[in-house]
Design a protein around this ligand. Sequence first.
Ligand SMILES: Cc1cc2nc3c(=O)[nH]c(=O)nc-3n(C[C@H](O)[C@H](O)[C@H](O)COP(=O)(O)OP(=O)(O)OC[C@H]3O[C@@H](n4cnc5c(N)ncnc54)[C@H](O)[C@@H]3O)c2cc1C
Length: 298
Amino acid sequence: MTDLLAARIRAALPKLELREKEPLSLHTSFRIGGPARLLALPGSGEELADLCRLLRSLGEKPLILGNGSNVLAPDEGLNCCVAVTARAEGSRIDGVMLEAECGASLTALSAKAAKEGLSGLVFAYGIPGTLGGALVMNAGAYGGEMKDVTAETRFLDADLNERVFRGPEQGFGYRRSAFTGDMILLSAKLRLEPGDPDFLREECRKLMERRRSSQPLELPSAGSAFKRPEGAYAAALIDQAGLKGLRVGGAMVSEKHAGFIVNAGGATASDVRRLLDTVRERVLSASGIVLEPEIRVL
Ligand SMILES: Cc1cc2nc3c(=O)[nH]c(=O)nc-3n(C[C@H](O)[C@H](O)[C@H](O)COP(=O)(O)OP(=O)(O)OC[C@H]3O[C@@H](n4cnc5c(N)ncnc54)[C@H](O)[C@@H]3O)c2cc1C
């Protein structure tokens, strides 16, 4: 039976790619998650904005996903329209400014900046997310973070009015930003600096090598499962509590990097949630430190 909401969306936005009962496991780096009632793949920030406004007029609210690399999607799926932004990926360089749409891949943007001799985005090479997802949680690695380079962000506020936040208005802190709740990020301008393309490309290559040697990239995951607690490292605390290799169903604390929970085969969201809880309890009793999940449970 055709979904009435799908029919209305198709009538209003005939060019939008829309799928019914699409498994979220196909759109999350954990490879976990049941079907979304509807899954839309807007091709630009404008099409994403049109979809959000249409859904609002129909009394519906979308869930926005970038590359699904920081989320745990439920086994039972989601009874809403999920908008995956990864195809809204346009970008352009103007002087030292790199402007990109929310779905642009961080790694692709980092490579583009390096190729054009713009420095400041090497840290983002190898983070498997989109620009939008990275801004929401101020993604960072190897001493750099989005906060360092993001000059301004264009977004839809809770009333779906288009707005721009500049500099400190963006509220970046450790794995957080002002972009919470119902805000929908459309694009951003990154301020970079002139650099040498060969040097920058080599730096990107070295960072990817570091990732490959220290992270379990061969298995599905959502990156670091927990935020870094004040004055400590989550991975070290988990390791010291003797939890490497601990399993619940198909979910496992990585043997290679204790900060990662991996899908070792057939893991469900419930397996991952139970493992997250167990790790938190065991680290608390071993060290007295409370770990806060970095992964967003949808
Ligand atoms: C192997 C691996 C390594 C990783 N390494 C790192 C690392 O070094 N550093 C780091 O910080 N992270 C890392 N991550 C985590 C993840 O890649 C980053 O957090 C990334 O920025 C998430 O982007 P995404 O597009 O996948 O977001 P998603 O997971 O799709 O979404 C994350 C959150 O942002 C929201 N969101 C996404 N796009 C938008 C938008 N346009 N508007 C409004 N809300 C939006 C979603 O609703 C969700 O709440 C790693 C993950 C993996 C799997």
